[in-house]
Design a protein around this ligand. Structure first.
Ligand code: AMP
Length: 177
């Protein structure tokens, strides 16, 4: 049997980006490595193939890259959650706090169906604030978040506290900066 693929080796770590003190986990190294990218999508399908999920919701923009092939493989709808002002139709919106200042995300009202069980994903989960805002906009549409997924998780930032008792899954975790 071949050794398991090391995703860590495909993730570049850039100190002090985008500002001093932040260690940036750069997933572009996965995208330029077809073996790494295929490994991610295969692992995601393995994690969720038996889950009761009606749709995937993904966060702009690096979340889209992983969610699109995954949703296609799962054969379920992909809902785009975008930064404010990008979606042309009527939207549900949520403002949330960043480390400095605030951000706002939106989802098309027409894309969310009441009663849907939705898996929300992004490339990386840090504080969980972005995913929690995503939950807010989906719940405004009457949907339920059944799980959260990040290719990378930084559990030392305590995202599970922000995300409550909804299950969080990741492919690789880092425990310090
Ligand atoms: P948060 O809302 O704190 O969970 O932050 C998650 C969002 O910010 C994701 O869309 C990530 O792409 C981005 N992000 C936050 N921290 C980092 C980091 N250390 N390296 C790479 N991306 C990050």
């Amino acid at each position: 049997m071949s050794a398991p693929f090391s995703l860590d080796s495909a993730i570049r770590k850039i100190p002090d980006f985008p500002k001093p003190g932040i260690l940036f986990y750069d997933i572009t190294g996965i995208l330029v490595n077809p073996e790494a990218f295929r490994f991610c999508i295969d692992q995601m399908v393995k994690l969720y193939k038996n889950a009761k999920v009606d749709a995937i919701a993904a966060i702009e923009s690096r979340g889209f890259v992983f969610a699109a092939p995954f949703a296609e493989r799962m054969g379920i709808p992909l809902i785009l959650i975008r930064k404010k002002g990008k979606l042309p139709g009527k939207t549900w919106a949520c403002k949330y706090a960043l480390e400095y200042g605030t951000a706002e995300i939106e989802v098309h009202q027409a894309d969310v169906k009441a009663g849907q069980r939705i898996l929300v994903m992004d490339d990386l989960i840090a504080t969980g604030g972005t995913l929690n805002a995503a939950r807010n906009v989906l719940e405004q549409g009457g949907a339920t978040v059944s799980g959260f997924f990040g290719v990378v998780g930084l559990p030392f930032l305590d995202y599970q506290r922000v995300l409550g008792d909804i299950e969080v899954k990741t492919l690789v975790e880092y425990f310090g900066e």
